[in-house]
Design a binder for this molecule. Sequence first.
Ligand code: AQP
Length: 337
Amino acid sequence: MTRIFSGIQPTGRKHLGNYIGAIRQYVAGQDRGEAIYCIVDLHAVTVRYEPAELRERVLDTAAILLAAGLDPDRCILFRQSDVEEHTYLTWLLTSVTAVGELDRMHQFKSKSAAQRELVSAGLLFYPVLMASDVLVYRADEVPVGEDQREHIELMRESARRYNARFVPDGGPKSLVVPEHRIPQVGARIMDLQEPTRKMSTTVGPDEGRVYVLDEPDDILKKFKRAVTDSENEIRIGPDKPGVTNLVDILAAARDTTVEEALASLEGARGYGDLKVAVAEAVIDMLAPVRERYVALRADEAALEAILAAGAEKARAIAQDTLLDVRDAMGVGPGRTA
Ligand code: AQP
């Protein structure tokens, strides 16, 4: 059976890009294979953060994922820091990772430039931890948005190098080289105010991003103010980033192709109609998630119990991989069972 793994940051306020690019794929993954999802609180400490808030944001994120349709009986959902094998494998994989590769990462460059006080070593090592998150489960597929391409390439390279160096003849101690799975529509949702840049948690003002938990009125307002161009002609292409983004979102929200979304707009009278159509489709998609979220978030004990049960299942898989890797690398007493 295909094993699927993905991690998501505990920022709590997930946006439409996260929802379409990742969360919706997580839900679909439960029907396609063995799905393992983790809330990556250890990644969150690589930039400045508030300790008192981090635990809360993990629970917010867990509640959003469950509200979106993750079912603890059909997937493994857990908090990264509860499974220590991730960090142990990170250290072992640093031995097959070049500093130059980490230093060149697009995300490292942009996030380190945004740090005013301290550029942490954790920010540089972030992709090694991400590689370990996936490789420790020997996952076959990683559903994430287009922006994660570089990180996925690095984890594939880490697995290949580990295999070549420590398990040259192949065999059960090898690591799986995972595949990147990006959605067919909506792999890169753009900012509504600056449609040449991806919708992002940390860059730009709130007007440019729609949150999963936004009220319908706010969603409508944000789409009405979305930046388009002066033509009023509904057509997609690189010269029309704003309109292209809106049509993409419409297709993703209605779960159709871009061509079908365009065809449905044939009678539309310009951008005003387009904006309202997109807003309505997004409101319809997100309303049930927002409604379920409220009840789920209120029961913290239940959320913690789900995460703890998920961590136990995840640990059983991760421990087995780590014992193999330690053994192959000559670390520790050698595997006996
Ligand atoms: N604009 C996007 N379009 C499609 N997919 C996207 N993702 C992020 N932005 C877009 C995908 O969402 C998943 C979860 O990301 P995350 O929560 O782990 O990362 P994040 O860093 O909090 O989210 P952002 O918005 O990407 O934050 P910034 O821009 O501040 O770094 C990932 O699978 C990602 O591909």
